[in-house]
Design a protein around this ligand. Structure first.
Ligand code: CP
Length: 332
């Protein structure tokens, strides 16, 4: 694996999931792999799970980690080719990225979208510029449009649950049903988690996949193609085995909140339509806005397991990158 930006960087999803679950059973199995290697975690936005789970994963593999909060501690970066830097930006990515590439063997980046300019956000300029100029493998810690470490975690969590709780005999032969449902929120949020979850579940292909959202919250077809899409949440939830809850802002009329109908929040009545489904969310979650206490605190919630699995997803990805014949480090 050269970089980890989306599911397209993964040759075999099942093999990566198996590797992650093997690390969960034996965290220090490959402690030698990262010895003498250093990863830089660069954050332009806040994080709890991604930041800490990636550090734990790197430590399990024997790697050193340095975290840099670029937004608060670094110079304001310029990304535009040919920019006349007479404004607020101080350092061009063309200058910063190759330097960071000399300090680190692997770079991992978090940068959210502006939600102001769709074309710019969906060009993934920040991460693409790092790939172009850093000269070392790049891992996305959530980019403008995708959150691949989260989605790998989500697949790991579903696969793990499928192994631990296989369907009753009368249901054997029926494919599991996964539903991604939009939920209300007070702020316009990126489409990253929903885009990425859709992209991974479609590529994984192990379950029937339904996406449900209010009218006008359509996601980009480049990620959803293959899923059944409906504006009828109750219909979508029928017989679901896994319900993934997430808010996202509008994609077509970019970055807006059109409808914040609280009736879209999952509750016990809606859950009764499902096949005693397990409920997932990437966290952080706004309780009783996105998801009710009664669901989050119930035995059906997988959110803590899911967040715990972030370590094994990051460790599997780092392990693949460390084991790959990436270009040897040039310190000069
Ligand atoms: N799910 C997730 O990415 O959490 P953080 O934003 O806390 O890293």
């Amino acid at each position: 694996m050269k970089n980890f930006i989306s599911v397209k960087d993964v040759l075999n999803i099942n093999a990566l999931v198996t590797k992650a679950l093997a690390y969960k059973a034996n965290p220090f199995a490959d402690r030698h792999l990262g010895q003498g290697k250093r990863i830089g975690l660069l954050f332009l936005n806040p994080s709890l799970r991604t930041r800490l789970s990636t550090q734990v994963a790197a430590s399990n593999l024997g790697m050193e980690t340095i975290v840099f909060n670029v937004d608060k501690e670094g110079w304001a970066l310029e990304f535009e080719e040919g920019a006349i830097m007479s404004g607020n930006t101080v350092e061009h990515i063309k200058d910063a990225a190759p330097i960071l590439g000399k300090y680190f063997d692997v770079l991992a980046l978090r940068s959210f979208p502006s939600l102001k300019n769709r074309e710019e956000d969906y060009s993934e300029m920040f991460i693409q510029q790092f790939i172009k100029y850093a000269g070392v493998p790049i891992i996305s810690l959530e980019s403008a449009t995708l959150h691949p470490l989260q989605s790998l975690t989500d697949i790991i969590t579903i696969q793990e649950h499928m192994i631990l709780a296989p369907p009753p005999l009368e249901e054997v032969g029926r494919r599991s049903k996964i539903v991604l449902t939009w939920a209300p929120h007070i702020k316009p949020l990126p489409q990253c988690v929903a885009n990425s979850f859709a992209q991974w579940v479609n590529a994984w292909g192990k379950a029937d996949f339904v996406i449900t959202h209010p009218k006008d919250y359509e996601l980009s077809e480049q990620f959803t193609k293959g899923a059944t899409i409906t504006n009828n949440q109750n219909e979508a939830l029928q017989n679901a085995d896994y319900v993934y809850v997430k808010n996202w802002s509008t994609y077509t009329d970019y970055g807006k909140i059109y409808d914040n109908d609280p009736n879209w929040m999952l509750n016990e009545t809606k859950m009764s339509l499902t096949n005693n489904a397990k409920v997932m969310h990437c966290l952080p979650v706004r309780r009783n806005v996105e998801l009710s206490d009664e669901i989050l605190d119930s035995k059906n919630s997988l959110v803590t397991t899911q967040a715990g699995n972030r370590v094994w997803a990051a460790q599997a990805v780092l392990s693949e990158i460390l084991a790959s014949p990436n270009p040897s480090k040039e310190w000069a």
